[in-house]
Design a protein around this ligand. Structure first.
Ligand SMILES: [Zn+2]
Length: 235
């Protein structure tokens, strides 16, 4: 069963739902459902092994997984994008920023699958959305917000629903362990800090991170804390 959060957003997947532990504490991601009525939209989709559990959660909510029209990927890392090809084969359109789209088509090092000792299933077809591009789905408008730093391709998806700006930020805020990410090829601390400072200039109303709990108000506190963690962690 999914967990209702704010507005049309539900948590339908994550490490504690499906008990898929890839590499504690960096782990299977939160998968969110935007239930705008028709169609349904997923934000990230987990590593792949957890997909049956995610779909079962939808069924327990009385929803038909065949009504999922799109999955938006925040970046190419395996815990976020590993199930994308499986969803695509079942008729779901995979949407990502341009760099993520290229990375999941290639299925190479940018997916960080090596980090989890897994193989990434390449995604045959991806719809790329450019930075700042918007799409309206049901009662929500979804905008592509570049959030580079954690990885070069990181793209947040800001959904404006019922008057609230809700940012699905992947690993740009509340990343499980910043020092551990430094061994990844496309981690860039300076860019990461600039991304966080940009978010502080105009913080969203709600933050839905790729891991851990959610920030349902006063998101500037979480963003500032992430920045402190980043700048205060010895290189
Ligand atoms: Zn990541």
């Amino acid at each position: 069963m999914g967990m209702r959060l704010i507005g049309p957003v539900y948590l339908v997947g994550g490490q504690d739902f499906n008990m898929v532990y890839l590499d504690w504490p960096a782990n299977d991601c939160n998968t969110y459902l935007l239930n705008t009525g028709d169609p349904l939209v997923l934000m990230d989709c987990g590593c792949g092994e957890s997909l049956p559990g995610i779909l079962e959660n939808l069924r327990e909510m009385g929803l038909d997984p065949r009504d999922v029209s799109r999955v938006f990927l925040t970046h190419a890392h395996l815990p976020h994008a590993g199930a994308a090809e499986d969803l695509r084969r079942n008729g779901v359109e995979v949407v990502a920023g341009p760099a993520t789209a290229a990375a999941v088509r290639e299925g190479g090092i940018a997916t960080a699958a090596y980090h989890y000792h897994r193989r990434f299933v390449r995604v045959a077809e991806v719809t790329a959305m450019a930075p700042e591009e918007e799409v309206t789905i049901g009662a929500c408008t979804i905008r592509a917000v570049p959030l580079p730093g954690h990885s070069a391709d990181s793209m947040g998806w800001e959904a404006t629903c019922e008057g609230r700006r809700m940012l699905f930020c992947g690993d740009a805020v509340r990343s499980p362990a910043i020092p551990q990410h430094r061994d990844r090829l496309d981690y860039d601390g300076e860019t990461y800090a600039r991304t966080l400072m940009g978010l502080l200039d105009d913080p969203p109303d709600v933050l839905y991170p790729g891991h851990g709990p959610f920030c349902l108000s006063k998101t500037e506190h979480w963003i500032a804390e992430e920045l402190r963690k980043l700048l205060g962690t010895p290189a």
